[in-house]
Design a protein around this ligand. Sequence first.
Ligand code: ZN
Length: 304
Amino acid sequence: MADPITFSGSPLDRVSVERRDATWIETLRAAEATRFLPLFRLDPLVKLGDARALAWATNALFDGLDPAPPMVLLGMDGEVAHFAVDVSAIEDPMEAFGLKDAAAFEDLRAIAGQLTPGETSIAAQARSLVDWHARHPFCAVCGGKTVVEMAGAHRRCIECAAEHFPRTDPVAIAVIVRGDRCLLGRSPGWPAAMFSALAGFIEQGETLEEAVRREIYEESRIRVGKVRYLTSQPWPFPSSLMIGCIGEATTEEIEIDAAEIEEARWFHRDEVREALAGETSKLIVPPPFAVAHHLIRAWVEEGR
Ligand SMILES: [Zn+2]
């Protein structure tokens, strides 16, 4: 697991305790050194050029905007505060901010591979958080209006005082193995020959291991015994945590659920090794950008 997991490894300190101080937050928002990452319809502003980089603005960019765009504190890099700003209410932010060809709002999924690992994590936090706030202007308990507290760490209803916290949805993703073979599947619409680890949302009242066994059985009718956790990945589309496992199959006969996947097959470790090395066109596995790649690679390397 040498390569960093995309969307993890933020250099920012989230200042969970200090952010309770609203006066301090206001000081940070007004400080010249403070950095703001604008997001338009969840796409972060990035610098164009040979490689993409997050395009941080100063508060001068938002001068005169009425109402002020919603902001959440991502964290501190030393003494410098970093906020995410939702500029989706501005009709043409490129025009409004006088941005030229050097920067653009771009889809995070498309550009994550070009950002540094730390930047992918900051952008993931910004995207998930801005999305959650935009979707929760009203209280799920009473329908009242909610307001931001603790610089974006949660919202509170002004009618019934209920607190609402940004959610992260856990997803179990697993490479299922049996001896020298592993079970991979493909979804409709994927590039030809692309197969990956099977995955599904963890449901209420089940463990990670139980979720893996249920999902794999639902999608392939393969029974899974021992399940071990390997690594995880934040997945900000909109707000999941992919929890990566390796599971041991106890059966071999595949019967797919066509409503969920298009195909599932057993692949020999040698075939998968070739696919990782890009030496075959018969099997394509996900790129290092995805946690499935790390799971598949870890299993192949265990067999050396
Ligand atoms: Zn309420």
